[in-house]
Write a protein of this length. Structure first.
Lengths: 495, 298
């Protein structure tokens, strides 16, 4: 395995100390915004479990669904931008992304988030994060027309700014690397050539996949708007569902892969071993670009009009994608720490357990993508267990690890080992308790997306009540983390 | 909910689904029924109240009565999983029963009619009987309960109705009568109503059946005829099996990805499928545009 090539200073985005400081500051601001939104959205999650547990009865169902929509869409968006900001910062050591585009993405994200908060909390827009067609147009008198317009405007602003951001990062990579170089095709072919750092390989493969997701978003948004305008045109719900999950599942996948890119880049700094791109790693991530296009079909198993070959493709694709992306990354992580000298602190602990959480969530994903199992599980709380595992206990931990590392690096405050272990322990105990309760409730036939459980599903109330205790533990971990990382990031701003 | 739901009774109205009133022949029958004392065994009691509690004598005069507050046809989506009124009834053999006693044994298909109905009830019940026969499973997977909402009907008259329909002794079929209060409670819980004409001869009521599982309403079928295909879905529901349903896109749809043929269950690729290929194509073209033509150094 070859050492990653250190980029020449003149080719990077950190060409001068001033630009390096500017990148640090803008990334710190991104992270502080992510922290704030994470805390708010997590509290909304707690509120929903309190309502389901009948501990808090003052929240009417229509507000619950608006909160559910904000929590879901907000979390997906927050961690996407968190991952993009982190990757942009680390990428600037190799290539030169545009700081102007980074600022544009920041502004677009803030505007989009404000619109999203307005349409959900004030407009009661409550379609869920997947906004399946034709739900936005059928409010049942709950949300007004302006909320629908505002929602599409929010998606439009976010979509445009994130697409530009993605294209800019690819453009920056393309200025230094050829496509074959960035995707390590020479390694695949067994030819000699300049080393492709795993971080560059994973980031390039992921951003290329992101292009597909954003094209799907553009198509679905245009179709929604055409129907929303008085054109008399309607859309095929099945086509819209395909496109929405192409985009939605793609965005979640991309976020996770960007988190893994950060692990590839950061974790070696804490161990006595280094990672390099070998043929297996190169093959895995090249394959992942195409497999990402097929896996979303597992969201449509219930749609019997979807041709059977696409359903099988969804199952096979979901199985296959776990090999290149997850298994390779898990083995790489274990290789880095197994009997190695590891400097364990909050950053390395979160990176390591983030990959392990991703692995556990991945096992749930494979089960859920099995058609026979999906027919039983899909509309139960099993699914929230699955995506909270690989999100909250996977990619979220990876991005939080990056943010802590950035704060430590910029503030000069060394990591507190004792607090780091407490933070990790509370985060893991609370997080795994939360997802375990979701999984048990799912196995006990408790459906998802219910604000209140009827008498037949009364067991859902008990699961929700117990989970509140674990959420309290999780929030304690989050607050400790925010104290540790937040004050470092704030101090880093003035450094 | 099955389209083309029917109202039976003394009203002539332009509301959709009122198939009886739309037909000229039916309209004539309607008027005849309302005006013809020969069809009435005895006049309506002055204190008779319809299922929704409105006094028949308050509903206006004349042969054709249009209430100011015309109820809409019941909608399944508004009543799904509602608790069904546990009505007391007397079966055709004169034995007292409760609906809950029946639904604890197996799921029910419940319908409300009246024995002397000369309009929609007989053809509707014959259609239901044919559909039940075609689908199968009565008496094993579900029971059918035909209840009269007319307080004048006796168990003997309901037994005679069963005989006329050829359902006497058929497994799974229960004919019976119930009290006005129980009929009103049951009708209200499944979204039905009964409004008698002033003469008490004909009644405005929807021809409909309610599928009841464990005391909850799980399906409604509204319509003067009961297509076996629709009833089969109801029975699937009662057997806790997946009922596949797909709203066929209207002609206003620009693009559809797949064209579904309900008669064969087959699926064909349509033009909208190209839109599903667009993201992949955009990814490839975008990647080539970004990386192509740049003087990359590595």
């Amino acid at each position: 395995m070859a050492e990653p090539t250190a980029p020449a200073a003149t080719t990077t985005g950190l060409a001068t100390e001033a630009t390096a400081r500017s990148w640090r500051r803008s990334t710190l601001v991104w992270m502080l915004v992510v922290f704030a939104l994470f805390l708010i959205l997590a509290l909304l999650g707690l509120a929903m479990r309190l309502v389901q547990g009948e501990i808090w009865t003052a929240l009417p169902p229509e507000v619950f669904y608006a909160v559910l929509t904000l929590h879901g869409l907000g979390m997906v968006g927050v961690w996407y931008v968190g991952a993009m900001a982190g990757v942009s910062y680390r990428l600037a050591r190799f290539v030169a992304p545009s700081r102007a585009v980074n600022r544009l993405a920041f502004g677009g994200t803030l505007l989009g988030v404000v619109l999203l908060i307005a349409v959900t909390l004030f407009g009661r827009f409550g379609t869920g994060w997947y906004f399946l067609h034709p739900l936005p147009f059928h409010s049942g008198g709950v949300w007004p027309d302006w909320a629908v317009t505002g929602f599409f405007a929010s998606l439009g602003v976010l979509g445009v700014s994130w697409t530009i951001w993605t294209v800019d990062l690819l453009r920056a990579i393309a200025r230094r690397y050829s496509l074959g170089g960035a995707l390590a095709w020479h390694v695949l072919a067994g030819r000699e050539g300049p080393a492709t750092p795993p971080f560059i390989l994973v980031t390039t493969a992921t951003l290329i996949s992101a292009l597909a997701a954003f094209v799907a978003a553009v198509v679905v948004l245009v179709l929604f708007v055409v129907e929303w305008l008085p054109t008399g045109v309607a859309n095929d719900p099945l086509l819209m569902k395909n496109l929405i999950f192409f985009f939605g599942h793609g965005l979640v996948n991309i976020t996770m892969y960007l988190g893994v890119a950060l692990v590839y880049d950061l974790l070696p700094e804490f161990t006595s071993r280094k990672l390099a791109t070998n043929r297996l790693v190169a093959a895995a991530w090249n394959l992942a670009i195409f497999l990402v296009l097929a896996v979303y079909f597992h969201h449509l198993y219930m749609d019997f009009v979807q041709p059977r070959f696409l359903q099988y493709l969804g199952q096979i694709g979901s199985y296959l994608i776990s090999i290149p992306a997850a298994v390779i990354s898990i083995f790489s992580t274990l290789y880095l720490v197994w009997k190695a000298r590891v400097r364990w602190n909050l950053t390395s602990l979160f990176l390591f357990f983030g990959v392990m959480g991703w692995a556990i969530g991945g096992v749930e994903a494979v089960i859920d993508s099995t058609i026979a199992a999906n027919f039983r599980f899909h509309n139960t709380l099993w699914v929230p267990s699955h995506f909270h595992t690989y999100y909250l206990l996977g990619v979220v931990m990876m991005i939080l690890a990056f943010a802590h590392h950035l704060g430590e690096e910029t503030s000069g405050l060394p990591a507190n080992g004792r607090l780091g272990r407490w933070t990790t322990g509370l985060f893991l105990a609370g997080g795994y308790g939360l997802v375990l309760l979701f999984a048990l409730a799912g196995a006990d036939s408790v459906p998802r997306r219910y604000s209140n459980y009827p008498a037949e599903l009364i067991q859902g109330v008990d699961y929700a009540r117990v989970s509140v205790a674990f959420i309290a533990l999780l929030l304690a971990g989050v607050l400790l983390y925010l104290w540790e990382a937040g004050r470092r990031c704030v101090r880093g701003l003035s450094a | 909910v099955t389209a083309g739901g029917a109202r039976a009774g003394c009203r002539q109205r332009a509301a959709s689904g009122c198939s009886v009133a739309r037909s000229p022949l039916a309209s004539l029958l309607l008027l005849a029924a309302a005006a013809g004392p020969a069809l009435a065994a005895d006049p309506a009691p002055a204190d008779r109240r319809s299922a929704d509690g409105t006094a028949a004598s308050e509903q206006g005069a004349g042969a054709v009565v249009v209430a100011a507050d015309e109820p809409d046809l019941p909608r399944e989506d508004e009543r799904i999983y509602a608790r069904v009124f546990d009505a007391e009834l007397t079966d055709a053999a004169g034995a007292p029963r409760r609906l809950s006693e029946l639904w604890r044994r197996r799921p029910l298909i419940v319908t409300l009619v009246f024995a002397r109905c000369a309009l929609i009830c007989p053809p509707y019940l014959r259609s239901l009987a044919r559909a039940v026969d075609a689908v199968g499973g009565a008496g094993e997977q579900f029971d059918v309960v035909v209840l009269s909402f007319d307080p004048r009907d006796t168990p003997e008259e309901m037994a005679a109705l069963a005989v006329r329909l050829g359902l006497d002794g058929e497994p799974g079929w229960t004919f019976g009568t119930t009290s006005p209060a129980a009929a009103a409670g049951l009708a209200d819980s499944i979204g039905a109503w009964v409004r008698w004409d002033p003469a008490g001869v004909a009644a405005d009521h929807p021809a409909m059946l309610a599928a009841v599982d464990g005391g909850r309403l799980v399906r409604l079928l509204v319509g003067a005829t009961v297509p076996p295909r629709r009833l089969r879905e109801v029975v699937w529901e009662l057997r806790h099996e997946l009922v596949p349903s797909y709203p066929l896109p209207s002609e206003r749809v620009l693009f559809r990805c797949f064209r579904y043929r309900p008669e064969t269950g087959g699926v064909a690729v349509d033009w909208g499928f190209l839109l599903l290929l667009a993201p992949g194509a955009g990814m490839l073209l975008g990647t080539l545009a970004i990386f192509g033509g740049r003087p990359a150094r590595v």
